[in-house]
Structures are given as C-alpha cells and as structure tokens.
Design a protein around this ligand. Structure first.
Ligand SMILES: [Zn+2]
Ligand SMILES: [Zn+2]
Length: 462
C-alpha cells in the first residue's frame, strides 16, 4: 500500500532504467530532448483498501464538496462506498449516476452532466474507467475545475493522460484537457474486475510496441518531435507488464497493481509530450475506427483495449510484410500516390455519419497531398536502412497472438464479431481519422497498403 504525494525535487533528471512512479508525478523533468516534461498529478494511491483514503485525499487537497460521477455499475462497485466514506468524514458531496452502463462519451452525456451538475461543488470526482474518466476529465476542464478519478478496472491507459477522446459529431476526436489531481486504485476492486476488462488493459499496453515504432517512423520520415526518454519509459513499463502476464491472467493483486502502474505511466508519457503520440499509433486508428463503426451500427460494445490488442496483431502483420518485401529504395522515386477518383465516395461509405469530419480533416491536414507525398518518398528512400531497423523492433504477429491468448484476450477480429469487410475498411481508411503519421500512411506512400490489406483479409477468411 502506498500513498504518493509527489512534490519538491524540482528539476530531477529522469533515469530511464528505473521506473518509479513517484519520480514522474508533479515533478518537472528537464530532458535532453530540449523540453521540460511535466505531469501535474499530485496523488496516486494504488493498494488494498485504497478507497479508505479518498476522503483524506479530498480533504488534504483542500476541497470542500466533490461532485461524484458514476454509472449504475461503477456506483455499485465503488461509488456508494466513496459517498459513504466522504459522509463519514463529514465531507458533503453531490452525485450523478448515469443509468446506462454502455454510455458513450458524447455531446448528450456531457449535456446530461451539465444539467445535473451542482454548482456548489468545487471538485469533480469520477468513479469508473474509460468513459467516466474521459467525461470527468473533459467536464472538469471545461468548468475550470480539478478532478479526481477512482478507478474501477485496469482496462485502459487513459487515467493519467491529459487528453480526452470523445465523440464529436459522431467522430472520435481527441481533446487536449488536463490530468487528474489524484488517481485512486483499490486493488481489491481492480483484481476482481471482469477478466475481459483486465485483458483489455493488457491489450492497450501491448499496443505500445507498434505505437512506439510508428512514432519513430514519423520522426525519421517527417522529422516529427521524438523523445528517446519518453519512448524508453514506455517501452520499459511495457516489457515489465509482458513479464507479469501470468499473474495478470490469474488476477494476482501484485501483478494487477503493476499493470495499473504501467497504465498510469502511459498516461504520464502522454502528459509529458502534450499529445497521445507515445501511447497511440496505427493500432489505435484501427481500434477507434471499429469503435465508431460498431457504435453507429448499434452493435455490441467491445472494450477499447480489446480492440487495441486485436489491432496490434494486424499492424504487426503489416510490419512483417513490409520487412519481408525486400524493397529497393532506388525505385521509390517513381512510385505514384495511390489516389483514386472514388476516394470521397469511399470515405462517405466507410465513415457514414463521421464522413464530413474526415473530409474536413483532409482539407486541413493534406495527408494525401501529391507534393507532400513526393517529399516523403524522398525521405523514405534516403532513410531506408533506419526505417528497416525500426520495423525490426516489434514482435511478430504470432508472438502477440500468443501473449493475448495467455491473458484470455481475444486476438482475432472475428473473436469480437468484426467481419472481414470492417477489417479491410479499417486497414485502408482508419488512417484518415487523424493527422498522425503511422505505418498505415507509410504503406500508402509506398503504394503497398491495398495489397497488404488484401493479404490480411484473405488470411482472415481462411
Ligand atoms: Zn524528452
Ligand atoms: Zn488506448
């Protein structure tokens, strides 16, 4: 059990060999990348009976009256206990409980919160995981208030992050917000979370292999900002988590606590960079694509981290195909951008309600612009050896499948009802969701995306 109040130690240098959460909280890190990294989280409590600490953390942080946000599931799991503990300590609170456990983080949910908010409160206290955390983060940020999160499952890495992925006009859109002031993770609750939620957290962590490699690819090809130390921090905690998979699969409290630390550190890395680059690459493009399509189709909800795990396997397959292709960089100059007359119609077909946002993004980001494509091809040819080295930093798709199977996670699209058409659409068009360079855009640049996507879909139909 540990209560962490991180303060002082101004200007501490980050040591990438040692991963100790306390060093990364509320503590500016001067880095050789030229930036000072900072994550303004003040309290992290991971441990047995951590819920007992909520009231004292609220009081010590100087808040008078929290507004507790939960859904009908998380209210039963932890919300009721939190309200009881606050009341016992003489801390008044108001609360709102969503009655839909399959809530979407969209305009309607935020409007509901606004209509039920008690303006005499001075702190938002979310009780839940993905959706409740994202809503609490965005809602508190817009109100100019701070927020705490009481985690109910180690199912995703958004707890400590500074961004909120929300549905705006039906499109998954990431908003820059702020980090929570406190994260409380009770291991009695987390270790009893449903197996699929724990497996989803593991899937979200596994995705760091491809997201880190994607980030490096963009640094090489587009000279995008890249920080070795943030990448090393993420990779270190990723590998630690992989090593603990047996304990994670059996719900061992210590292993679950370590998984939670890794999920928190991943969010810290996002805060350090100011966007989700160190935690989200092409595997997340696929996951977000499926999340939107399944939602629009009114189909059963699949956990974010589950989609990320499945997406990671597919992206690793693309990495492997590209490595095996034995391309000659001298030929790159003559590659034509695979533009098609039907592109806009394809976007309308594939993105349905979200199509107008995707088309507007392309106007702004010009991901598929011919001149920019030419420039990138030159950079790809020039740095081909370095690109090949980066492609070789990830595990094989077979290894990733085996890891997911060990924690009882689905690892094929078909396991969660994603049909070959949705696999194909995601591989070809998920890159249009945001202006972030990944292996999907690299394959488009090399005019290999359609071919590789076809091979994956054929494999899936076998
Ligand atoms: Zn740095
Ligand atoms: Zn994620």
């Amino acid at each position: 059990m540990r209560l962490t109040l991180a303060q002082g130690k101004r200007g501490l240098m980050m040591n990438s060999d040692k991963v100790d959460l306390v060093h990364y909280l509320n503590n500016p890190v001067e880095c050789s990348c030229g930036r000072t990294h900072f994550a303004g989280i003040e309290f992290v409590e991971i441990g047995d009976e951590a819920l007992d600490k909520v009231a004292s953390i609220v009081r010590n942080a100087g808040y008078q009256k929290p507004f507790v946000i939960a859904d009908c599931n998380t209210q039963k799991i932890a919300g009721e206990v939190v309200l009881e503990k606050l009341s016992k300590e003489g801390i008044p609170a108001s609360s709102f409980v969503f009655d839909d456990p399959a809530l979407s983080p969209n305009e309607s949910a935020l409007g509901t919160l606004l209509m039920n908010f008690d303006p005499t409160c001075d702190l938002i206290l979310g009780v839940g995981s993905g959706t409740i955390n994202d809503l609490s983060r965005f809602f508190s940020y817009q109100l100019g208030m701070q927020y705490f999160i009481v985690a109910t499952a180690p199912s995703m890495d958004g707890y400590a992050s500074s961004v909120a992925p929300l549905l705006k006009n039906n499109l998954k859109t990431t908003f820059e917000c702020h980090v929570p002031k406190a994260i409380v993770a009770d291991l009695d609750i987390l270790s009893k979370a449903p197996v699929e939620m724990i497996a989803a957290g593991f899937g979200d962590v596994l995705g760091k292999y491809t997201c880190l490699a994607d980030w490096q690819l963009s640094a090489i090809i587009n000279d995008e900002y890249y920080c070795d130390r943030v990448a090393a921090l993420t990779r270190h905690s990723l590998e630690k988590t992989i090593g603990l998979r047996k304990g994670i699969a059996s719900g061992d409290k210590k292993a679950i606590g370590e998984l939670m630390e890794t999920l928190i550190l991943s969010g810290v890395a996002i805060s350090y960079v100011g966007n989700s680059r160190p935690a989200s690459g092409s595997e997340h493009h696929l996951a977000h694509f499926w999340e939107m399509r399944l939602l629009w189709g009114g189909r059963s909800h699949v956990l974010h981290g589950t989609n990320v795990g499945i997406g990671t396997v597919l992206i690793l397959q693309l990495y492997q195909y590209l490595l095996q292709e034995n391309l000659d960089p001298k030929t790159f100059e003559s590659i034509q951008a695979p533009l098609s007359d039907t592109w806009s119609a394809d976007i309308e077909r594939v993105f349905l309600e979200g199509a107008s946002e995707v088309l507007a993004l392309e106007e702004k980001a010009r991901k598929n612009d011919l001149e920019l494509h030419k420039d990138r091809l030159a950079a790809i040819a020039q740095n081909w050896d370095q690109i090949l080295q980066t492609l070789a930093t990830v595990p094989s798709p077979a290894e990733a499948r085996a890891l997911l199977a060990e924690v009882h996670a689905p690892f094929e699209p078909a396991h969660v009802g994603i049909e070959p058409q949705l696999v194909s659409d995601a591989l070809l068009f998920a890159k249009e969701i945001r202006a972030r360079y990944t292996v999907l855009q690299l394959l488009w640049d090399l005019n290999l995306l359609r071919n590789f996507a076809g091979r994956i879909v054929l494999g899936a139909e076998d």
